[in-house]
Ligand binder design. Structure first.
Ligand SMILES: O=C(O)CCC(=O)C(=O)O
Length: 287
């Protein structure tokens, strides 16, 4: 577990990189301040209320659902893990907001364990499969004790293509040996390699679990989020250029731009270049 208060636009440290490579995830404490926690949490809870949802919410396309969350896309403390690991030619391909109130009665068994990326886990043929994407999980409620719907991982499992499990998801099956429920306070962040075997756990506590998840990958990989209409929305004018890039709004739809052929007009490249952060020892940071 890592404790970090870092200024904007600093790369992740060598120690963090080594830990991430070894464990497949990092826990970063106190990433959001109180005001940021409240803003994000209120936006999500308001969305849920307006949608008429009283139970659990798992809504894809976080910023489309809640434009107020755009500041999380490139939050200065969190975002450095993304460009440090994936470089400048990135976008958010998959995001979601989650609200999980207390479960009062035991729910039927369900095997939640998975790696992210869907068909990537069938169609990529190497062992281990490539990383491809990294996800940020912002905690907006107190999951500082286990049993509160904590995000659960199998540390170090990101280099393992297959996790033994039940014949189908509804069949009762013991949790994998070594599974770790991550404990976190509001404002803490989990950064994870999409390949790490992970699962949501059930929340039997009286504290409603609230979180926001943002998955980043290379711009040459198609997005899953529904963001096509965002440039027509009033919120678009309030975004910075990096946020627009992350939401797929840079370039003219020309595949070459997504391919990375135009670093000079790719906002994140510009921000990193201007600050001397294009560390040539990281291939994804080289133009
Ligand atoms: O909600 C959780 O704790 C798990 C989230 C998850 O499975 C994912 O982001 O892929």
């Amino acid at each position: 577990m890592t404790q970090v208060i870092a200024p904007a636009w600093t790369p992740m440290t060598d120690e963090e990189r080594a830990q991430f490579d070894r464990d497949g995830f990092l826990v970063i404490r106190n990433v959001l301040n109180q005001d940021e926690i409240e803003r994000a949490r209120t936006a999500i809870l308001n969305f849920r209320e307006k949608a008429g949802v009283t139970g659990a919410l798992h809504e894809l396309s976080a910023v489309t659902a809640c434009p107020e969350l755009a500041f999380l896309l490139d939050h200065p403390v969190a975002f450095r893990y993304i460009w440090s690991l994936l470089g400048w030619n990135v976008h958010v391909y998959h995001s979601h907001i989650d609200v999980h109130p207390q479960i009062k009665e035991k729910t039927p068994d369900w095997w939640h364990w998975h790696q992210d990326g869907g068909r990537q886990n069938r169609e990529l043929e190497t062992d281990p499969r490539p990383r491809m994407s990294v996800k940020l999980a912002y905690w907006l409620s107190d999951v500082s004790e286990t049993g509160r719907g904590n995000f659960t991982v199998l540390p170090g499992s990101h280099l393992t293509n297959w996790l033994p499990g039940p014949p189908s998801r509804g069949v009762p099956w013991p949790q994998p040996e070594g599974a770790l429920q991550i404990t976190a306070n509001p404002g803490d962040l989990v950064v994870f390699d999409r390949r790490i075997w992970h699962a949501r756990s059930d929340n039997y506590s009286s504290i409603t679990r609230v979180g926001a998840f943002f998955g980043y990958t290379y711009r040459w990989l198609a997005g899953r989020d529904n963001v096509a209409d965002l440039p027509n929305q009033p919120m678009w004018a309030g975004l910075n250029d990096v946020q627009r890039q992350l939401l797929g709004g840079v370039g003219d739809g020309d595949g070459d731009h997504l391919w990375g052929h135009y670093p000079e007009t790719t906002p994140l490249y510009g921000e990193l270049k201007q600050r001397g952060l294009l560390d040539a020892s990281i291939p994804a940071l080289i133009p």
